[in-house]
Design a binder for this molecule. Structure first.
Ligand code: TXA
Ligand code: MG
Length: 316
């Protein structure tokens, strides 16, 4: 028997009500955020959350980000702190996820945190995500809407390429503007720790907090399994920091240069981030090894390099 088709919805209010109804019924709905498309489920419904892990084929120890409408709603689920307030005022709604202590009895399914006593929360900026959270009126657990270990989706077509027939619906509202996942900061410990560079520049976070952020020790325990080395893996081999391609390679460029696809001909790292996953998908589809031009390691370039290193890491 064929799998039931995934409904393709728009961001108009009737369709968002339909999506909210599906979510209330424990179904999975993919929706756009400014970073990447998320695979949403009611964060209070353990079965719905289990479906996320199942559909993604995600390792069970990999906790999920909970999306909420505003900081007040976040504070219902986590123990709010002065630093959280500072960052929320500066960067929410937007591509920042904060890990804070889970509030006991807040109703979030323990499957969301995969057993941790902390919870990752974020207020997305995308109008369709905000309208969906308003219509749903509750917390949505949402990892990126791709099978685990594959490239994150930045269009509804990417979502369907990985998950068609396996989720109830996808809200198609065009490509994501940021194109890499949110920056994750852990505020649950004695000092803030950067868990994942992402769509919000680390320098901006450091300025708001008035301190330097240390990334996690590469040898340390995996607290953000997005940090697993081969997490973002296309099917083809990637060679980084390449001056140019060998005869059998495709070349992913940046700045003025001859190449097969250019992340940004002007070297704009924001444009490069927005193109990154789409271009990796396109190169992956051509089935040839890929050489990647050097990417400056500042601002969003740090997130791009982080993603590229994971994509290039040897597969387990
Ligand atoms: O931009 C984004 O953040 C996208 C959109 C959909 O919002 N979401 C996303 O989710 O990238 P996901 O599940 O692909 O990545 C979530 C990351 C994982 O690396 C996970 O381990 C980490 O967040 N995480 C979640 N809860 C955590 C916690 N309590 N402590 C540490 N890391 C956590
Ligand atoms: Mg992901």
């Amino acid at each position: 028997m064929n799998a039931p088709a995934t409904e393709i919805l728009t961001a108009d209010s009737a369709d968002l009500d339909r999506a909210a109804g599906l979510l209330r019924a424990g179904r999975l709905v993919a929706f756009p955020t400014e970073t990447v498309y998320g695979l949403g489920a009611d964060a209070r419904n353990g079965k719905a959350v289990a479906c996320i892990y199942e559909v993604k084929g995600r390792p069970a120890f990999n906790p999920l980000i909970v999306h909420v409408a505003n900081a007040q709603e976040a504070a219902l689920h986590v123990e709010w702190t002065a630093q959280a307030e500072t960052l929320a005022q500066a960067f929410w709604p937007g591509p920042l996820t904060m890990v804070l202590r889970l509030r006991a009895g807040c109703g979030i399914s323990p499957l969301v945190t995969a057993g941790l006593d902390t919870l990752a929360v974020r207020v997305p900026a995308h109008p369709a995500a905000r309208a969906l959270l308003h219509a749903f009126d509750g917390p949505l657990a949402a990892p990126s809407a791709n099978p685990s270990g594959r490239i994150s989706p930045t269009t509804a077509a990417h979502v369907l390429a990985g998950l068609d027939g396996r989720i109830a619906a996808v809200i198609d509202d065009g490509p994501c503007s940021v194109g890499v996942e949110s920056t994750i900061i852990d505020l649950a410990g004695p000092a803030p720790v950067l868990l994942r560079p992402g769509g919000l520049a680390v320098e901006a976070l450091e300025e708001a907090l008035g301190c330097r952020l240390e990334g996690r020790d590469e040898q340390g325990p995996v607290t953000a399994p997005g940090q697993l080395r081969s997490h973002y893996a296309p099917g083809v081999a990637l060679r980084l920091e390449a001056a140019g391609p060998t005869p059998d390679e495709l070349f992913l460029g940046l700045g003025a240069m001859e190449c097969d696809l250019n992340l940004s001909p002007t070297g704009d790292l924001v444009e490069a981030a927005a193109n990154l996953f789409d271009f990796l998908h396109r190169l992956d589809a051509r089935g040839q090894p890929v050489a990647v031009a050097p990417i400056p390691d500042h601002g969003l370039g740090r997130a791009i390099n982080d993603r590229l290193r994971r994509a290039a890491a040897p597969r387990d």
